[in-house]
Write a protein that binds this ligand. Structure first.
Ligand code: NDP
Length: 324
C-alpha cells in the first residue's frame, strides 16, 4: 500500500482525496518508481476541474522524481536503483509510489537533486520546445511571454536571457515584476495596472513582436494578437484564465498574415529521441547554471488542496513541489 491522491469527481480542490492505494508489480513497458517529490503544474488544475476530461476515478499529477524500484518486461533504458525524473501522461504523479509507463522516464544527472528534478521537467521541457522548436529563437529577437513570474515563466526569463533574447514579460503584481527582472526578463508589464498592448508597442517602437507565448488564454488572447508584427507567430499554450473563445481566421489576416499554434508538450516528447534531446538540452542549462529552478513553494502531499488553492489564486511564484 502507498499514499496517493485520487479523484472520484471533477470539481474544486476538495475533490482530491489522500488515500491508500495498492501498488503492484510493473507490467510490460512499465516501471515502479518510489518518488522523492512530485511537481505541481497548472495542467493538474485542468484535469481536476474537468477542462481536460479523463475517466474516473483517477490520479492527478504529471511530474515527479525518484528511484526506480522495479521494471517490467521490455524496459531497458532504466533499471532498479536508477535516479529518474519525468513529465508524462497519464496523471498519477501525486503519490509516494507508482507504477507508470517507463517510456516517460529520463535518468536524472547526479548534479540535479530530486526536488529540482521534480520541479523542472514539465515546465523546463515546455520552455525547451517553445524556444527551440515551436518558434526557434536565434538570439536578438524581442518576444512577449505572459505570466513571467510563474513556474514556466521564471525558467523562460532565464533561458531567453541565455539565448540573447530580449523578453517582455507580463505579471500580475509589482513584486512579481521585480522577481521576473531579477531572473533576466528585460521589460515587465503589470497587466493588472497597464495596457500590455500599448506597452509592447511602446517598447518595440511600434513594430510589435515576432512571437507571443500566451498561457493565459481567454483574458489575453486578442491583446496578444495585437502585439504581433506582420507574419508573427501566436503560440497559445495554456488557459490559466479560461479557454480561448472561438475566433474567426480573418483575425489573423487583418493583422498581417499571422500564424497560430496550440502546442502540447506531450506531442513534442512522444518520440524517445526527441525526449532525450530535449532533456539533455534542459539538463545542460540547469547544470551549467544558466537556468536556476526556483522551488518557491513546498507542500506535504496531504496538503495538496492548499497547493491548488494557492496556484489558482495566483499566490505562487516559480515552481512548486509536493513531498509524499
Ligand atoms: P504558473 O506558475 O505560471 O501559474 C499560472 C499563472 O498564470 C499565475 O501565477 C498568474 O500569474 C497567471 N494568471 C493570469 N490570469 C490568471 C487567472 N485568471 N487565474 C490564475 N492564474 C492566472 O503555472 P505553470 O508554470 O504551471 O503553467 C503556466 C501556464 O503554462 C499554464 O497555463 C499551463 O497550462 C501552461 N503550460 C502549457 C504546456 C503546454 O505544453 N501546452 C506545458 C506546461 C504549462 P500572474 O499573477 O503574474 O498573472
Amino acid at each position: 500500500m502507498a499514499k496517493a491522491i485520487r479523484i472520484n469527481a471533477v470539481g474544486g480542490p476538495e475533490v482530491m482525496e489522500y488515500v491508500d492505494v495498492e501498488v503492484g508489480d510493473p507490467g510490460p513497458g512499465e516501471a515502479r518508481v518510489r518518488q522523492a517529490a512530485c511537481g505541481l503544474n497548472y495542467i493538474d488544475v485542468y484535469f481536476r476541474t474537468g477542462l481536460y476530461p479523463q475517466a474516473l476515478p483517477a490520479g492527478l499529477g504529471m511530474e515527479g522524481a525518484g528511484t526506480v524500484e522495479a521494471v517490467g518486461q521490455g524496459v531497458t533504458h532504466v533499471k532498479p536503483g536508477d535516479r529518474v525524473a519525468y513529465a508524462t501522461r497519464p496523471p498519477g504523479a501525486y503519490a509516494e509510489l507508482r507504477v507508470m509507463p517507463a517510456a516517460g522516464l529520463v535518468k536524472l544527472p547526479d548534479a540535479i537533486d530530486f526536488e529540482t528534478g521534480a520541479a523542472m521537467m514539465l515546465q523546463g521541457l515546455t520552455v525547451q520546445y517553445l524556444f527551440r522548436r515551436t518558434f526557434p529563437l536565434k538570439g536578438g529577437e524581442t518576444i512577449l511571454f505572459h505570466a513571467a513570474a510563474g513556474g514556466v515563466g521564471l525558467i523562460a526569463c532565464q533561458w531567453a536571457k541565455a539565448l540573447g533574447v530580449t523578453m517582455i514579460g507580463t505579471v500580475g503584481s509589482d513584486e512579481k515584476a521585480e522577481l521576473a527582472k531579477a531572473h533576466g526578463c528585460a521589460h515587465t508589464i503589470n497587466y493588472n495596472k497597464e495596457n500590455f498592448v500599448e506597452r509592447v508597442k511602446e517598447i518595440t517602437g511600434g513594430k510589435g513582436v515576432p512571437v507571443v507565448y500566451d498561457s493565459i488564454g481567454k483574458d489575453t488572447f486578442t491583446g496578444s494578437l495585437d502585439c504581433l508584427s506582420p507574419m508573427g507567430m501566436m503560440v497559445s499554450f495554456g488557459s490559466a484564465s479560461g479557454p480561448v473563445p472561438d475566433f474567426s481566421l480573418n483575425e489573423l489576416a487583418s493583422r498581417g498574415s499571422l500564424f497560430i499554434t496550440r502546442p502540447s508538450l506531450f506531442a513534442y516528447t512522444a518520440k524517445r529521441e526527441d525526449l532525450d534531446a530535449m532533456a539533455a538540452d534542459l539538463f545542460d542549462v540547469v547544470v551549467s547554471g544558466k537556468v536556476k529552478i526556483e522551488v518557491n513553494q513546498r507542500y506535504a502531499l496531504k496538503d495538496v488542496a492548499k497547493a491548488h488553492i494557492d496556484l489558482e489564486s495566483r499566490k505562487t511564484t516559480g515552481s512548486t513541489i509536493l513531498i509524499p
